[in-house]
Ligand binder design. Sequence first.
Ligand SMILES: Nc1ncnc2c1ncn2[C@@H]1O[C@H](COP(=O)(O)OP(=O)(O)OP(=O)(O)O)[C@@H](O)[C@H]1O
Ligand SMILES: [Zn+2]
Length: 699
Amino acid sequence: MAAETPTATWPSVLRTKELQHKIRTAKVLCVGAGGIGCELLKTLVCSGFRTIEVIDLDTIETSNLNRQFLFRKQHVGHSKANTAAQVIKRICPAASITAYHANIKESRFDVDFFRSFDLVLNGLDNLEARRHVNRLCLAAERPLVESGTAGYLGQVSVHLKGRTECFECQPKAAPKTYPICTLRNTPDKPIHTIVWSKDLLFNRLFGRPEAISDLDEQAQREEGQQQQAAEANGAAEGEEGGAAAAATAAVAEDPSFYLRRDGEDSLDYASRIFERVYATDIERLCGVKELWEKRAPPKPLRLGELLPEAELTTVRSALAGAKEAAGAGSKVPSASRALGLNNASQKWTLSQNASVLLLATALYHELRKDEASGVGSASFDKDDDLAVDFVTAASNLRSICYGIPEQSLFDAKGMAGNIIHAIATTNAIISGLIVTEAIKLLAGCVESLRNTFLNEFPVSKRQLVVVRMEPPNKKCMVCGKTQLTLRINTETTTLASLLSGVIKKRLAVNTPNLLAGGFLYEEGEGLEEDEVEAYAAMLTKTLAQLPGGGLRHGTILTVQDQSQHFGVELILVHTDDLKEEEAPEGFVLEGSLPEPAAPPQEAPEGQGAAPVQAPAAAATAGRAKEAVKETDDGVLVLDDDDEEEAPRQAATKSRKRGLDEGEAEDGSEPDAKRAKGGAPAAAVAAAGDDDGVIMIDDD
Ligand SMILES: Nc1ncnc2c1ncn2[C@@H]1O[C@H](COP(=O)(O)OP(=O)(O)OP(=O)(O)O)[C@@H](O)[C@H]1O
Ligand SMILES: [Zn+2]
């Protein structure tokens, strides 16, 4: 990143040739080439960036085409990263775009890789990958511009090691989950039956055996907790626990019941499952009287009554037609379409749901048998029509049993896939903001960096709410302590020498706990005899041989010492050519060494405790409001004199935030201002090529 120049003021610095040069020569990493990524790549080259590397693990789906505008119908099935790079190259032949069709979490994208960039820009869609990139940016000391959109809402934040909060400084909401006992026994909302179909029934019939045993274990834990509650206070909660256990016992069955038997006709199999799930299991559940003292019991469904022979024949001929189409290499219609149900917004009747369920189940067995993601290893994918048909029908039938409203295919797909319909304009605005912050970083205008929220509705006439950044949260488990890079030979170094040379000698740790993925090593008091023995047996193993996949290149090893209230993360870099002069101890430890131990009254760091909310936020809430002033045109601006910055809550909850003075004067969003400043001005040659691609001509 460019050194901070005290004279650089935003936005006047935009006009300087020096900044234009920096933009042209900066090397940028874009992670994700989806909704935000496509817009971002375009905005980057339109703003003058010329050296970009882009990573995405996915291929293009038809459903991406409405907003991921770099992709066309002929690209469906191709790599997003490669296609995006090719198309951007056509738009801007002067740009150097390197594409990786890969997961950012692969070990080749290590600290050195991140360090080779000036800026890292995220256009991801999941927390896990975002956290991974955050950690690597911190380790490599590279600025990260993070982003996200959900429908009309969007957000851009800047993360600069040591200056601002890192992405993990504030706890992130975990995805919503539902108690398994509710899903299994007492659903009362459409989402309950949808999650049951997708996570329980789908996995039971088509998924990996482990997926269902994980859920069984979760259910057992829940029942155990409810039993404990019963023992503790004898309350109604406890009765529920007992009822849940009784319900589980009532419908428990050897998992092999759900497998198709040798020689069993696929529709007979589907019918057998139907009878079991919607008749037998429901009847048995009704028999657990404790469950229905305060609620109405479900009603069983019998296939014979729902689907007279004529309708079963329709299902049979649809199945035969699909098999024939598949045999001839033609596209197989989805189960619902094969039955003539073409309107995705129209709810199906009871018998239509039953027909779709039978056909979808049979089609899985007839056509997906040998596929890698077929029967036995499938996982629910919202872009897989057959999976969506199955889940819609299965959940609707269960909803009918329980008197819950049914859903159309379109709505069920949205709920099952957690789909918040993406809006291209939101992605475009957010990408413009990402590039604006990226340019400020290059210009060294650190004081002007902002986190920005895009609102669904204007707040005080403003769609964009700009918030100055908080300093790092001292208690953040990631950046609140130092991350170090350890260059070491993971194939020859034993755990014993790691402990003595690195952990105890260099880090002055007394009683280490080491954690990484599936690996755990502990020392200290309170260990059982068998634990001590097991840990001692690990000492002579090399790092790569350790349990849980070994400590290898790219492993992030958490080192904790509870007695010292100390924790640190080591990023392992496997090296087999360390010279004695550079590494007399057999390893190289890079980065600043950790702070002294925290005072005893503070919460222990790095022990898996959730990071706490930055205390400054709540304390400044009142003052932040006072700092908001209204200008003549009714625009809310922040008074820059009041350095107490408004907290995130003010932006997200009360939404009483405006732009600060520097940014508010023309009432435009920063993208427009950049155009006005004229800085990243690559001349756009409006000559379209054959496909109407407008090329950026650097001359
Ligand atoms: N670990 C990862 N490594 C590389 N790319 C990733 C990783 N995780 C997510 N991505 C990519 O980030 C992009 C996020 O884009 P977006 O949110 O538009 O998702 P999408 O899958 O294209 O859209 P939708 O989920 O709405 O179908 C996706 O293209 C996805 O493949
Ligand atoms: Zn942090």
